[in-house]
Design a binder for this molecule. Structure first.
Ligand code: ACM
Length: 265
């Protein structure tokens, strides 16, 4: 069994100190709960609803050198992994990224491929497919928020062997939680979506962070007014069972020869 935790928080736009303090609280809770793999929301270091590019620039950090990343690295020592959304400055560009840290190291960075709404004004889109990392003998895939609307992303992660999709989010629409039940079912993977709550400028975030099993059943859902860490103990190798019937395998039954249209621009 692996203890998977999701942290539901309420970052404040541009309030770096508040966001760092909140991170320390949530990491303390995760330590107390003996969480082994923790997922935190998207853009947790900076908040979400930017008004200007200057705000994006002022609140961005480098991964892994920034203050938020350093806290995450420190927590990840002693047999833990954490994935968190970070407003990242890299190479004079800004990305809506997820830092993936384990055992005191940076394992990988995922830069969000599908930018939502005004994010297109602030961030460069990520240039490569979502990553799968290995931890405690299991493969975990990472994608960010609006990537939920592109089933290709979850499918790529399943094809790369992910047993679970870790999914930092800042949800403003109400469809994602249900969609992730389907992403789980159609790929035979566990999913963990960490969302935020609260209001920023004109946006309201929907909470209801959730963990699903491989059949799309919601194992855990955090009420939308709460912050904190909740967790489930999961038998991750169940995700290797890809048959829905004796004769139907979710990945081997695919027909890429029929799907050419999917890779045309
Ligand atoms: C979103 O991608 N933050 C909706």
């Amino acid at each position: 069994m692996t203890r998977i935790g999701i942290g539901q928080i309420e970052p404040r736009i541009m309030d770096i100190d508040h966001n760092l303090q909140q991170l320390k609280d949530i990491l303390r809770q995760a330590t107390k709960a003996e969480v082994e793999v923790l997922v935190l929301p998207e853009l947790a270091n900076s908040g979400y609803a930017f008004d200007t590019m200057e705000e994006v620039e002022e609140s961005a950090e480098s991964i892994p050198k920034g203050a938020y990343s350093k806290q995450l690295i420190r927590w990840s020592r002693n047999g833990r992994m954490v994935v968190a959304g970070i407003n990242e400055k890299f190479d004079e560009q800004y990305f809506n990224s997820a830092g993936i840290f384990a055992e005191g190291n940076l394992l990988d960075i995922y830069r969000k491929v599908h930018l939502f709404n005004k994010e297109k004004q602030w961030f460069s889109p990520g240039p490569i497919e979502p990553p799968v990392v290995e931890f405690l003998g299991h493969k975990f895939g990472v994608m960010i928020c609006w990537d939920w609307a592109f089933p290709e992303m979850a499918r790529i992660l399943a094809l790369k062997g992910a047993r679970m999709i870790l999914h930092p989010a800042n949800l403003v629409l109400k469809y994602c939680q249900r969609a992730m039940e389907t992403r789980a079912l159609e790929n035979g993977v566990f999913t963990a979506t960490a969302n935020r709550i609260g209001n920023e400028r004109k946006l309201t975030f929907s909470g209801k962070s959730q963990i699903t099993n491989t059949k799309g059943k919601v194992l855990l859902s955090i009420p939308d007014e709460e912050t904190g860490v909740s967790y489930v103990d999961i038998d991750l190798p169940i995700a290797d069972r890809k048959k829905l019937t004796k004769m139907n395998h979710l990945l081997k039954d695919r027909r890429p020869d029929i799907y050419r249209r999917l890779i045309e621009s």
